[in-house]
Design a protein around this ligand. Structure first.
Ligand code: BJ8
Length: 393
C-alpha cells in the first residue's frame, strides 16, 4: 500500500534517508545537554533532592516532581549487562529485564546508582519477579497495576496512586501541595502537547526528521530534567516547522513501529528500517505515543490516576483500545506499513501481536512482525526480511 501523495512527492523532493540534510541544531543541543545531565543530577542529589528511578510509563512522575524529587527512567537497552544478569535470572526472559537488572547488579549505570528508590510495577511476570531480586540491591517500591480495564480495576489503581503519593511524601519528607501538583501536571501536559506536535510534523510528506533522531529525543526525555525537555522540544519543533515550510525532509517507505519499548541503548530496529530504505514516522511504543497520549484533565490525584489508567500496554486483558490506536496512527502518520516489534520472550506484546496482525491484514494494512533481542546475531536476517517488506509495500 502506498498513498498517492507520497508517490508524487517522493519523485519531486530531494532527500531520501541517507542523503544529506544538515544535522538539526536542536539535536546537537540535546546531545550537549545530555552530556551534562549526570553531573547536574548528582549536584541536585547533593542539595538534598531524592531521585526516583522508574521502569514504566505507568508511574505518575507528576507526583515525584510535586514532592521536589527527580524521576529518571531506568530500563536497560544494552546487551553488555545481560551475562551478569543471567547468573541470577533465567536466560529465557526479555532482554529489557535482564539488561536493566544487570545494570543495577554491575553498578554500570549512573542513573541506577543515583536512585534513592526504584519504582517498579506489576506489568509482566518477568519484570514483577525480577523486582524481587532487585529488592536485594536497592530500596524498591512496587505499584500494583491491575490487568483488567474495568471499574473495579480502576478503583484499585486509584488507591495505588494515592498510596504512591503517601509513600513519596513520607520518603522525601515533602508535602505535595495543590499548587506543586498543578505545576507538575501543567509541565508534563505541555510536554505531551509538544510531543503531539512533533508527531504532526512527522506525519508530513516529506518528513522533516528521521526516525533515528526522533527516537533519540524520546529516549533521552526519560533522563533529562523537565525544563530542558520542554526547551529542546520547542527548538526541535521550530526547526522542523521551518523545514516543512521549505518543503525539506526525508522520503522513503513510511513505517509505523508498534510494540515493545525501545529504551536507551537500543536503536536496533529503527536503524535497520532506515538502512533498508524505510522511514520511521511514528512509534506506538512507550518510547513513543504510549508515553504522551492523553492529557491529565484536571489537577487532582484522581485526574492523574485516570490519565495513567488509559495507557495501552499489552499487559492488559482485552486491550482493544490499543488495536484502535494503532489503526488511527497508521492514518495520522500517513504510514505505508507497520513493523510490529517484540522483544524476545515478551509474551504480552507477542501474543497481542497476532491479533493485531490479523486485524491490520483484514484492513489491507501491510504488517510484518519481528521478534528480536539486543544482540547483533540476527541483524542480517532481520535486514533481509525488512528489505523485502519495504520493497513490497
Ligand atoms: S507500559 S510496555 S514500559 S510495561 S519488560 S512488557 S518488553 S517482557 S516494558 Fe513496558 Fe510499562 Fe507496558 Fe510500557 Fe515485555 Fe519485557 Fe515485560 Fe516490557
Amino acid at each position: 500500500m502506498k498513498n498517492n501523495l507520497n508517490n508524487i512527492l517522493e519523485d519531486s523532493l530531494n532527500y531520501k534517508i541517507g542523503e544529506t540534510l544538515d544535522e538539526l541544531k536542536s539535536i546537537k543541543k540535546l546531545d550537549e545537554i545530555f552530556s551534562k545531565r549526570k553531573d547536574q543530577l548528582y549536584r541536585e542529589k547533593d542539595e538534598g533532592k531524592k531521585v526516583y528511578g522508574r521502569f514504566c510509563v505507568f508511574v505518575p512522575t507528576e507526583i515525584i516532581c510535586a514532592a521536589d524529587a527527580i524521576p529518571v527512567g531506568l530500563c536497560g537497552g544494552k546487551e553488555s549487562t545481560i551475562p551478569s544478569a543471567e547468573e541470577d535470572l533465567p536466560r529465557n526472559i526479555c532482554p529489557l529485564i535482564k539488561s536493566s537488572y544487570g545494570f543495577k547488579k554491575d553498578k554500570a549505570c549512573p542513573y541506577f546508582e543515583a536512585s534513592d528508590v526504584i519504582v517498579g510495577e506489576t506489568t509482566c511476570d518477568g519484570k514483577k519477579k525480577m523486582f524481587e531480586h532487585m529488592a536485594e540491591l536497592s530500596e524498591m517500591y512496587v505499584m500494583h497495576l491491575p490487568h483488567f480495564k474495568d471499574e473495579r480495576s480502576y478503583e484499585l489503581w486509584l488507591k495505588e496512586v494515592y498510596d504512591f503519593k503517601d509513600y513519596v511524601e513520607k520518603f522525601t519528607g515533602n508535602k505535595i501541595t495543590e499548587e506543586k501538583l498543578k505545576e507538575a501536571i501543567d509541565e508534563e501536559n505541555e510536554e505531551r502537547m509538544l510531543s503531539h506536535k512533533l508527531y504532526e510534523l512527522r506525519s508530513q510528506i516529506p518528513t522533516p526528521i528521521t526516525g533515528k533522531d526522533a527516537l533519540k529525543i524520546f529516549q533521552r526525555s526519560f533522563l533529562l530534567d523537565i525544563k530542558d525537555r520542554l526547551a529542546i522540544l520547542k527548538e526541535v519543533i521550530s526547526e522542523l516547522e521551518e523545514r516543512v515550510k521549505n518543503g525539506e525532509g526525508y522520503t522513503g517507505k513510511r513505517i509505523l513501529v508498534a510494540g515493545c519499548p525501545m529504551v536507551a541503548g537500543n536503536t536496533k530496529i529503527v536503524d535497520i528500517i532506515e538502512e533498508v530504505g524505510g522511514l520511521v514516522v511514528g512509534e506506538e511504543t512507550c518510547t513513543g505515543t504510549r508515553k504522551f497520549d492523553n492529557l491529565v484533565n484536571g489537577y487532582t490525584i484522581d485526574d492523574l490516576a485516570e490519565r495513567y489508567f488509559k495507557i495501552n500496554c499489552a499487559s492488559a486483558f482485552k486491550n482493544d483500545s490499543r488495536i484502535e490506536r494503532i489503526k488511527e496512527l497508521v492514518k495520522e502518520q500517513n504510514a505505508d506499513g507497520v513493523v510490529y516489534y517484540t522483544l524476545q520472550y515478551c509474551h504480552t506484546f507477542n501474543v497481542e501481536g497476532a491479533l493485531i496482525e490479523k486485524e491490520l491484514k483484514n484492513l489491507g494494512i501491510p504488517i510484518i512482525r519481528i521478534e528480536t533481542d539486543y544482540s547483533e546475531s540476527d541483524k542480517e536476517q532481520i535486514k533481509t526480511r525488512l528489505e523485502a517488506f519495504v520493497e513490497m509495500i
